[in-house]
Structures are given as structure tokens and as C-alpha cells.
Design a protein around this ligand. Structure first.
Ligand SMILES: [Zn+2]
Length: 286
């Protein structure tokens, strides 16, 4: 979007960089989205953090990157999801990325080799098991076959969205893995970049990280005014909180265009004041 254009033609590399950035942003926020499925939505600040999931994912990232970055962080069946919007977002992002994997595997991935084996003195050709089970290969799902009674198989989808995003990143970058992949054609990367951009937007919208201002459900501890959190895409830690009252608000933070605003470390003071106000409310109710 901010990439310079020459008469409307963008260099192919621009799509690759954007695509990789978006795929990583999806991966990094996936644990948060899965956790959000189980939480009732609320307008609250600071944004809810899911440290356990983040830390686990980061640890596994370090241990398994880059070739076999399969993570068991998968969208599970929820008998009663608390946040249907988050569940919808997770399901549509999963479907979009899995489908992209299926399509791109069909374009750039070498089919499974056949290997000769000797059986009762006769040469037989059969799919090479090792080649088929190469962890770098994306295996497409299969449908159930009524003739043979073969059950449907999820293929590589079973490894979840995180692995799909890692695999797609490898294809966006045309990473080599023996002769398993041919370089990904530019139009395919361009299509993938569009899929990744949309998917990232869906994830960030579901997590309230898409830059839309969020009205907080608790008032300003100094004046009782309406507080609004403004976030930047992909970076909830950069939120700024604004009190709607104006100069009359006595909060000990600078004025910005006539409004009290909490940025950076000032937000710690606001957080503590909000917590203190919450405790006072609870005490007086008890
Ligand atoms: Zn205020």
C-alpha cells in the first residue's frame, strides 16, 4: 500500500515482503484469536493478553523453525464458544489459508515419486512413502471414497493454521527443499499476498487491533469522562487513551488538541487508577 509505484506497476518483490509480513502477523496473533473464542467480548483496556499461549508458541517457534514449524495450536471444536465473532474469524482465516496451500501445492509442488520394489519376483511401482511423508510437503485433504471404503483424510490441515502459514511463507519466498518445489510464479505470490492481507485484517478486526477506536467500559478515574483507546494495526502496545472531557479533566497527563491523553508509560498510571476505581466500586457494593 505504501510501496512506491511506477505508473501503477509494482515490483514483484513488494508482494513478497508484504505477504511474508502479513503471514507472520497472522501466525503471531493466532493464539490470541483462539483464546478470544473462549472469552466473552468486552471493550476493555489494556487489551487482554494471552501470555501463556504466546509464550508457548514462541518457545515452539524457536525450537522448530524453519523447516518443520508444525504447531499443534489448532482451532478446536467449541461446544459453546463465548465469542462467535472470533470463532467466525478463525474459521474463515483457516479456510482461506488452507485453500491457498491446496492451490499452491497444485502449482509448485512435485507429485509423490513412485519407487520400484520387488514383490514375488515382479517389479511393482508404488508411491514412495518417504517422499509422500516428507514434512515439507503439503498433503491435500482427501474425500471419502465409497467404492474402496476409504475415509476422508485431512492431509496437512491436521497440523493447523500455524504450519499452513509457515508453509505459505516458504512458497512466497520460493524457498528450495531439494526438488520438491519449483519457484512460485509472481502472479501466484500476488494472489497469495491478497489472501494474506484479507486474512490479517480479519484476525486484527476480531481482536480489536485494526486501528478502530474502542470505547472503554470504565470511565476516566479523574473526571468520569468517556475514555477511548486508539490502537495501531498489529501493535496493541502502542495504544493511546483519550479522555473526552477536555481541559476540565484533572488527570496528570499532557493535553493533546485539548484532550487529556495517556501514551507510553503514562498508561501505567491510568491502569493503576482504573484498578483502584474498580476496587472502590467493589468495596462500596460489598
Ligand atoms: Zn478525564
Amino acid at each position: 500500500m505504501s510501496t512506491p509505484t511506477i505508473r501503477g506497476i509494482r515490483p514483484a518483490g513488494a508482494y513478497i515482503d508484504e505477504c511474508v509480513t502479513d503471514l507472520r502477523a497472522i501466525r503471531e496473533q493466532w493464539g490470541d484469536l483462539l483464546a478470544a473464542v473462549e472469552q466473552a467480548p468486552a471493550s476493555e483496556w489494556p487489551p487482554r493478553e494471552y501470555r501463556t499461549v504466546d509464550i508457548q508458541a514462541a518457545a515452539r517457534d524457536d525450537a522448530t523453525e524453519p523447516a518443520i514449524g508444525r504447531l499443534p495450536l489448532v482451532l478446536r471444536e467449541h461446544p459453546a464458544p463465548a465469542n462467535l465473532a472470533a470463532l467466525d474469524a478463525a474459521m474463515s482465516v483457516e479456510e482461506a489459508l488452507f485453500t491457498a496451500c491446496d492451490v499452491i501445492a497444485g502449482r509448485v509442488q512435485r507429485p509423490v515419486r513412485y519407487a520400484a520394489s520387488q514383490q514375488r519376483g515382479r517389479h511393482r511401482y508404488q508411491p514412495d512413502q518417504a517422499d509422500r511423508d516428507d514434512p515439507a510437503r503439503w498433503n491435500l485433504p482427501t474425500h471419502s471414497a465409497s467404492v474402496t471404503g476409504r475415509a476422508a483424510q485431512p492431509g496437512s490441515r491436521v497440523h493447523g493454521l500455524h504450519w499452513a502459514a509457515v508453509w505459505l511463507e516458504g512458497r512466497a519466498l520460493s524457498e528450495a527443499h531439494g526438488d520438491l518445489f519449483t519457484p512460485t510464479p509472481a502472479p501466484v505470490v500476488e494472489d497469495l499476498a491478497a489472501v494474506a492481507r484479507r486474512a490479517r485484517r480479519i484476525v486484527e478486526r476480531a481482536l480489536n487491533r485494526d486501528g478502530r477506536p474502542t470505547k472503554l467500559d470504565r470511565p476516566c478515574p479523574w473526571c468520569g469522562g468517556l475514555l477511548t483507546a486508539h490502537t495501531r494495526s498489529g501493535d496493541p502496545s502502542a495504544a493511546a487513551i483519550v479522555c473526552a472531557t477536555g481541559e476540565a479533566c484533572g488527570a496528570p497527563v499532557p493535553l493533546d488538541r485539548g484532550r487529556r491523553i495517556w501514551r507510553g508509560t503514562d498508561r501505567v498510571g491510568l491502569r493503576l487508577a482504573l484498578e483502584a476505581a474498580q476496587r472502590r466500586t467493589e468495596d462500596s457494593a460489598a
